[in-house]
Design a protein around this ligand. Sequence first.
Ligand SMILES: C[S@@+](CC[C@H](N)C(=O)[O-])C[C@H]1O[C@@H](n2cnc3c(N)ncnc32)[C@H](O)[C@@H]1O
Length: 319
Amino acid sequence: MGYDLYQGNSFQVLEEEFEENSIHAVVTDPPYGVVEFQTANVEKMREGSGGVWRIPPELDGNKRKPLPRFTTLSESDKEDLRNFFRQFGESVERVLRPGGHVFVACTQLLMHEVSQQLDEAGLERRDVLVRETKTLRGGDRPKGAHERYDMVSSMPRVYWEPWLLYRKPLEGRLQDNLDNWQTGGLRRESDERPFTDLLGNGKTPKEETQIVKNSHPGGEEEAEAHPNLKPQKLMRELCHAALPLREGTILDPFMGSGSTIAAAHALGYDAVGIELDETFFEMAQNAIPKLAEVPTEIEKRDDVEEHRTQSRSLSDFGK
Ligand SMILES: C[S@@+](CC[C@H](N)C(=O)[O-])C[C@H]1O[C@@H](n2cnc3c(N)ncnc32)[C@H](O)[C@@H]1O
């Protein structure tokens, strides 16, 4: 039970380091707009001066997280996005075992583009999970005419986040695939309740954001959390569902500050994380062990407690 972290371009790392059919599930939050994590835009975000990042106004003296503005993508940015997600789909399709699931955080505006590329890469669409979460995206009055059109919003205020659920096609029936590859289904929450597609998980708790801030390699002066840090409760719920028999390795090819890897580790699962940006990579290295210690209700489930105890006793014996 452990995790391996790689710094680099995930497409290259997957091609060079991973065999076909070696990964059981992918749980990831990719750079949806592609451009927002290019060096120039990351620098602008870190300086707080815009670019593709919208820096929301401070409310009650509280600094808010930057949000990427996907409405600014040009036709050629969208073409880059399609190529990026086609490459993502093909890379994960190769390394996944038959029946391996792929959970992909997405955004309302680009969900159709991402889905089309995953379909064309040979993955099969299974569902769209709804994570209830209030963001500051949308809901604005017309720019420059707030007073004249005080009862008009340009688009809805966003209160949910879509997670696309895909699967590499099964080999044979589900039971054959489970026998041969330990993948194909989703782990139930309990005997009575299956995993559901409504994830009522809310915001990332301040304690978790603080852990990531404190993990910044630049120390207190530069301490800035990753703008897309996901909550442990949500990530543990997804990692739990991703391994139907509690066996195997979970991959996050865009790990950011490491929330997926921490969640898998907290459940006693093996994980692989890949991150391009050096600062985020170092943040993840420092943050993962601490995020994995954050208590949530998921690890109180009977099957999770049992699995954690078993994996701990194996690692005690150095296996
Ligand atoms: C949306 S963030 C993930 C945040 C993560 N969910 C967390 O909780 O911290 C996407 C990450 O993918 C990284 N990234 C972008 N392109 C990449 C690539 N080709 N290979 C690996 N990482 C990449 C970005 O630097 C960014 O940190």
